[in-house]
Each structure stands twice: as structure tokens, then as C-alpha cells.
Design a binder for this molecule. Structure first.
Ligand SMILES: Nc1ncnc2c1ncn2[C@@H]1O[C@H](COP(=O)(O)OP(=O)(O)OP(=O)(O)O)[C@@H](O)[C@H]1O
Ligand SMILES: [Mg+2]
Length: 307
């Protein structure tokens, strides 16, 4: 089996201050966070569902059986710069606090792709799951899990493309199959390992992948209120007026000709551009912000091109 450092980016122990703060600052994802928390708890500790059933229904409900087949897989799908990667890499902080468990974040390196070695992708995926399965087995105990592992497969569309795609190379197909086998191997063992797959192209994902997912979450562009929240937070302390923020909310919203700004358009383009326009001689003013907002184009909408 390949060395851990060849399969994953450096492993991160959670909670960790930067990611914990990032998690808190994510706007518009409260429903996703809530669902993720419940699902993650169930998957990490299947006995808790049985305990719930006994406590509240006096018996093991037949419905519990429906949970047994679900893979410990979450799909984060949707628009660019909407918080998929940020949430995938930070929700473990919240889980660690709530479940009172150490959480380890394993981010798969998909960089090996494209070097042309046949079987490389399959081996990478197989090794990654093999590794986490082994860790997960050690983390099981009669009293519930002792550690939780989260594996993030970011930019997964390259990997999990639809097997129906005609131009698909043999190697890609093998990668999907390895992914499916990996998810199944975790599900069968009931180990405290969660897998998160992030993609812009949900429709390009193999139906067999989405079918195994415990949940698929959609990420979109911020509405007026969400843009206001992000802007207020980012402009905190600048003295920019609420009237200006209201104008910014409008200027960054959708029009007939174009979509609204993405979250990352606000945090990584608009605000930095305005700060740089003022730096180093002037303070950040309402006028600068408005001028930059009117000049910037939102990131074009991601077009699903399923072949
Ligand atoms: N829901 C959100 N609330 C606040 N800020 C956000 C949100 N989503 C994204 N951002 C900002 O945009 C940045 C990029 O987000 P992220 O990398 O998570 O996007 P993504 O959905 O993974 O996009 P891509 O599909 O391009 O990979 C974040 O670091 C953050 O500054
Ligand atoms: Mg991302």
C-alpha cells in the first residue's frame, strides 16, 4: 500500500482554530450544517440510533434497517465559491466539539491523475479507503467510536464521472468502481469514517455514486440577505454605511443579463479589490466599494456539460 503522504495531503487534527472559525463564518448553510451533524452522528455511532428508537418508541423500529445500507458518503454539489470545500474541511470541528471525539481530516490527493500510469487512480482510491478502513476498525469500541475520520475527495468530478460518458477512458471507469467499492467497504463495517465528495457537476456523477450517498447537499449563490450578511461581516470596522451596504447588495445581485455574485466573488474578489484600490494612501470608502462592485463581473454560472 502507498505511503500515507502519497495518498493524502498532510493530515489535520480537528478542531483547529482557523477551520473552526471558517465553519462559524459560513453563511446560509445552517440547514446543511444541522443535517450533516445528525447524519454524521448516526454514521459515526450506529448504536445511537438504536438507543433513540428504544427510548422513544420502546422497540427497535423496522425503519432502522433502512439506515444500514447507506454508505457513509455525503455529496456536496453546486455552484463555484459556495462553501463546499470550506464546509467539507471544517465541519469536523463542530463534530469534534459535539461528540467529544478527536476528528482527523484526510484530504485525498488527486494530483497523481494524468501522469499516464494505468491503474494509478484505482490504486490511489483503493489505498485511501484501505487506509481509512484500517484506522476506522481501530476506532470502534463497545462504547462507541473513540475517534472520527473524515475523508474529503474534492474536485471529485474528474474521478466520479458518469460511467455512461462515451469518451470515458478505461482508467476513469476503474476509478469510479474503486470509489464505489471503497464506500461499500466502509458501510459494511460500520466504522467511524465519513467521506465527503465535492463537485460542481452533480449530474456528471455516476448514479451509482449518488445512490450510495447518505445525503446530497446543494450549494448555491447567496440571496440578498446572505450577501448582506457576508458584506457586513467583511466590512466590519471600516465605517462603511448601511446605506452603502444596501447598494452593494443590489449591485451584486442577479439581473436579467447576468447571475448574482457568488460567495467567493464577494470575499475573494470584491472586498480585496476595493481594499487594494484604497491601499496604501486612502481609507476604504463607500465610493470605492461601489465603483469596484459596479465594475466587477460575477463568475459565470457553471454549465453542466454532460456528454
Ligand atoms: N456560504 C459561505 N459563506 C461565507 N463565505 C463563503 C461561503 N461560501 C464560500 N465562501 C467564501 O468563498 C471562499 C471559497 O469557498 P469554497 O472554496 O468553499 O468554494 P467551493 O464551493 O468549494 O467552490 P469550487 O466549486 O470553486 O471549489 C471561502 O473561503 C469563503 O471566503
Ligand atoms: Mg472547492
Amino acid at each position: 500500500m502507498a505511503a500515507v503522504e502519497d495518498i493524502f495531503h498532510p493530515v489535520v487534527e480537528l478542531p483547529e482554530p482557523v477551520r473552526a472559525e471558517r465553519y462559524q463564518r459560513l453563511v446560509g448553510l445552517d440547514d446543511v450544517k444541522d443535517r450533516l451533524r445528525r447524519e454524521a452522528r448516526l454514521l459515526a455511532d450506529p448504536t445511537s440510533l438504536r438507543a433513540w428508537s428504544l427510548e422513544h418508541h420502546g422497540a427497535e423500529l423496522p425503519a432502522l434497517a433502512l439506515f444500514a445500507d447507506r454508505g457513509p458518503l455525503f455529496v456536496f454539489a453546486g455552484d463555484v465559491g459556495a462553501g463546499k470545500s470550506a464546509l467539507a474541511e471544517s465541519f469536523g470541528c463542530d463534530l469534534s466539539d459535539r461528540l467529544d471525539l478527536p476528528v482527523y481530516l484526510y484530504r485525498l490527493k488527486l494530483t497523481a491523475r494524468g501522469t499516464g500510469l494505468v491503474g494509478e487512480m484505482t490504486t490511489l482510491i483503493g489505498d485511501a479507503f484501505g487506509h481509512l478502513l484500517a484506522l476506522g476498525r481501530k476506532a470502534r469500541s463497545a462504547k462507541g467510536p473513540t475517534t472520527l475520520y473524515i475523508m474529503v475527495i474534492d474536485e471529485a468530478d474528474a474521478l466520479a464521472q458518469s460511467r455512461a460518458a462515451e469518451h470515458m477512458h478505461h482508467e476513469d471507469r476503474a476509478g469510479v468502481d474503486a470509489l464505489l467499492a471503497g464506500v461499500d467497504s466502509l458501510a459494511g463495517e460500520g466504522v467511524p469514517v465519513l467521506v465527503v465528495l465535492c463537485t460542481n457537476r452533480e449530474r456528471a456523477l455516476d448514479p451509482a455514486v449518488t445512490r450510495r450517498a447518505a445525503a446530497t447537499f446543494q450549494f448555491g449563490r447567496p440571496d440578498d440577505e446572505q450577501r448582506r450578511t457576508v458584506l457586513n461581516e467583511a466590512l466590519n470596522g471600516t465605517g462603511v454605511s448601511s446605506a452603502t451596504v444596501a447598494k452593494l447588495v443590489t449591485a451584486t445581485g442577479p439581473t436579467e443579463r447576468q447571475p448574482g455574485f457568488t460567495y467567493s466573488d464577494l470575499t475573494q474578489r470584491l472586498i480585496p479589490a476595493a481594499v487594494l484600490a484604497a491601499f496604501p494612501d486612502k481609507p476604504l470608502t463607500d465610493d470605492t466599494l461601489l465603483a469596484v462592485a459596479r465594475e466587477l463581473q460575477p463568475t459565470p454560472e457553471f454549465r453542466e456539460t454532460v456528454t
